[in-house]
Design a protein around this ligand. Structure first.
Ligand SMILES: [Cu+2]
Length: 244
């Protein structure tokens, strides 16, 4: 083989390998409710609370068009790749109308989120490790317009509750990698820039059965489902989940 031919052969090989290496895949899918979703009863607000209305939705199960379930968290387990840094203003939890907005927030480990209070009343965001109910953080915001920046270093699921208003609940999922997201109002999700490989994909939903015990909502355990998936270079892989 002539030297020039050898070089062109090596060049083509290196370029082809580079393209294959650089092509990440995508995972898209939906979380849907099978059958008729149960009717979610609102929480009756005791008359001792003013300014929050007479009843509040607990936002435990939100089913949209075509059965799509909002606020499920979907993530790849065990993939070691850190997410990029974001500014604290990119992730915000607002205490508004005596509810947490959004109800579920996904933040990549190492990043912070801002907690705001836009109500004319005292709220706090009491964050518990979801699995153990141990306190992880507690931010009190007694005055309208207050803002605080919170960073959670340990990955995992955190339950949010207000110590004043027992119906206020929400979740923050701190992702150990950059491959986690929440479903939108159609129950759809996308995980982008996934390196080719075999993974365990996890779907988490907070659960929706609720009892009122001692004037407080008592929630059933979250629902978790997993799937083994294979992501190919430059391809979109579909993964759907069903709740019932
Ligand atoms: Cu409150």
């Amino acid at each position: 083989m002539k030297l020039s031919k050898l070089f062109s052969f090596i060049f083509v090989f290196v370029v082809a390998a580079g393209i294959a290496y650089g092509q990440d895949g995508t995972i898209t899918g939906t979380v849907k409710f099978s059958g008729t979703p149960p009717t979610m009863k609102p929480f009756p607000v005791p008359s001792s609370f003013t300014g929050c209305g007479k009843e509040k939705s607990l936002d435990r199960l939100i089913v949209g068009k075509g059965g799509g379930v909002a606020n499920a968290v979907v993530y790849i387990e065990g993939l070691k790749k850190k997410a990029g840094k974001t500014s604290p203003g990119e992730y915000v939890i607002d205490q508004k109308n005596c509810e947490y907005h959004p109800h579920v927030l996904v933040v990549a480990q190492g990043n912070a989120f801002t907690v705001e209070n836009t109500d004319m009343m005292f709220h706090n965001v009491h964050g518990y490790v979801e699995a153990t109910h141990a306190t992880a953080f507690n931010i009190a915001e007694p005055i309208k317009g207050m803002k605080a920046i919170q960073r959670v270093r340990k990955p995992g699921m955190y339950l949010l509750e207000c110590d004043v208003h027992p119906w206020m609940n929400g979740y923050v999922y701190v992702a150990g990698n950059g491959y986690a997201t929440e479903t939108n109002s159609d129950g759809a999700f996308t995980l982008s820039n996934v390196p080719p490989g075999k993974y365990k994909l996890v779907m988490w939903h907070e659960g929706w059965n609720t009892k009122i015990v001692g004037g407080r909502p008592d929630y059933s355990k979250p629902v978790e489902q997993t799937q083994e998936i294979t992501v190919a270079a430059g391809k979109a892989t579909t993964a759907d989940f069903t709740l019932k």
